[in-house]
Ligand binder design. Structure first.
Ligand code: TYD
Ligand code: MG
Length: 447
């Protein structure tokens, strides 16, 4: 049977079909299919298999190298793996270019570093490097957006590490759709990934998060690359978080913390202090949570404001916390804690722009809501953690000991925690209040 050599790619979803149609069969978009140039069709060569044990270049820890940014290395699982492809996503202006320029300047000391810029001119990058105090950095700059030219330059220069800033500006001649379209972004990333795997060159792709919250549409790049990092944080505050969403070479959900200063990004080694707002004395509506970010325990202040309804409908707003979870917790508070928040607007917020996804935050949210509602302040040196079930029970969370130890280190002396998390041995200077039900926990609220 003859192999079909024409493939049609949808400019909207990136899906492929073998037949041209007016409407993409995958996403339903009209007039979005275009033929991919047959020049890309590879000649059929016999594939060679290698034995796992004899694989010559395993991506081992021994070959990892540092980026000069300890917090970035931590998120990557202990440094950069040669030949890996790393996607750094984030909102425009969050600091992606700044971080990678700083990293490349360090890498350039002992390795060949190439920075390909499609967003800014080489002059602008040089100016930024100057502001960052990286004047003598051994980083080669290339202002180029055409994929074939970039690949050519990489093959000639043979750098060890390449930054493509950003993948949305790169386009290949093989497709007619506009740069930044899903088909272009996917095709360019796939070709660069192939190049990285063939040559052992590490490629860092910068990707802007689009309005839908995904990079270049429906998460088109996440399965192509080895590691996906997201740059988060409130542009109004100077703290930035880099989170690993996927990592073939390390743990996902690892977190790196940076502060944006006038001289670029600086790693923050002890981040717990950032997420606690420094109240002089206890205030109602505030509760300290010991959460876990990747492998790292982190103390975060959860705030709540409960106030009589201002509009026609009661508002429930969660910033940095799960809004669905908030609705559920308010129902549990009502049924099992006797706290009636109908007729009240409820706002909750995780301080410092951090986002908390784990259910261990449940108890902190309930305590903060109750504290604001009753206008009673919690002791500022107390912390909580615990998941809450629909029956009002407090469930254990993972790695309770580590959370408690981090809190003790920071001078906290009282913890309200799930009974099942009660440590067998005493933790110095820490009073443990073990609770089994939500109403019990609320009873321990005191200033
Ligand atoms: P940038 O790295 O250009 O963001 P991205 O590449 O993600 O779009 O970061 C730009 C922001 O960072 C800009 O608002 C200015 C700020 N900034 C500093 O505060 N200090 C610095 O030293 C630098 C270089 C930038
Ligand atoms: Mg940029």
């Amino acid at each position: 049977m003859a192999r079909p050599n024409a493939v049609f790619v949808c400019g909207s979803c990136g899906g492929e079909t073998l037949k041209w149609q007016g409407q993409c069969p995958l996403c339903g978009e009209w007039n979005s299919l275009e033929q991919r140039s047959p020049a890309r069709a590879r000649p059929a060569a016999p594939a060679a298999a290698v034995s796992l044990g004899a694989q010559a270049r395993p991506a081992g820890d021994a070959q990892r190298f540092g980026s000069g940014q300890a917090e970035l290395d931590r998120v990557l699982g202990g440094g950069i793996v040669p030949g890996s492809v790393i996607l750094l996503g984030g909102d425009p202006g969050i600091g992606k270019s700044t971080l990678l320029l700083q990293a490349m300047a360090s890498i350039g000391v002992s390795r060949r570093a190439l920075y390909v810029t499609g967003e800014e001119s080489a002059d602008q990058i040089a100016l930024r490097a100057q502001r960052l105090g990286l004047v003598n950095a051994a980083v080669e700059l290339l202002a180029e957006v055409q994929l074939e030219a970039i690949v050519g330059a990489i093959r000639t220069h043979r750098p060890d590490v390449v930054v493509i800033d950003s993948i949305q500006t790169v386009y290949t001649e093989a497709l007619e759709s506009a740069p930044g379209s899903v088909a272009q972004v996917r095709e360019c990333a796939a070709q660069l990934t192939r190049l990285a795997k063939q040559t052992g060159i590490t490629i860092l792709l910068v990707g802007h998060v689009t309005k839908e919250g995904a990079i270049a549409g429906p998460r088109v790049l996440e399965h192509i690359v080895d590691t996906v990092l997201y740059f988060e944080g409130d542009t109004h505050s100077s703290f930035r978080l880099v989170r690993a969403i996927k990592n073939r070479f390390g743990a996902a959900n690892e977190l790196g913390v940076f502060a944006m200063t006038e001289r670029g990004l600086k790693g923050v080694a002890n981040p717990s202090a950032l997420f606690l707002s420094q109240h002089g004395k206890a205030v109602p509506g505030s509760c300290v949570l010991a959460t876990l970010e990747g492998s790292r325990p982190l103390l975060v202040e959860v705030q709540a404001l409960v106030d009589p309804v201002q509009g026609a409908l009661a508002r429930r707003v969660a910033v940095g916390l799960d809004p669905q979870r908030l609705a559920l917790l308010l129902a549990v508070l009502h049924r099992h804690g006797g706290v009636e928040t109908a007729g009240q607007d409820v706002f909750v917020n995780a301080v410092g722009g951090v986002r908390i996804g784990e259910p261990a935050a449940d108890l902190a949210i309930c305590m903060a809501v109750y504290s604001s509602f009753k206008n009673i302040a919690l002791d500022i040196k107390s912390l909580v953690f615990g998941e809450i079930g629909l029956a009002g029970e407090i469930r254990p969370v993972q790695r309770g000991q580590e959370r408690l130890r981090e809190a003790a280190k920071l001078g906290f002396h009282r913890a309200v925690i799930p009974a099942a998390n009660k440590p067998r041995q005493r933790i110095d200077g820490m009073e443990i209040v073990a609770v089994e039900r939500i109403n019990e926990a609320l009873g321990h609220l005191r200033g």
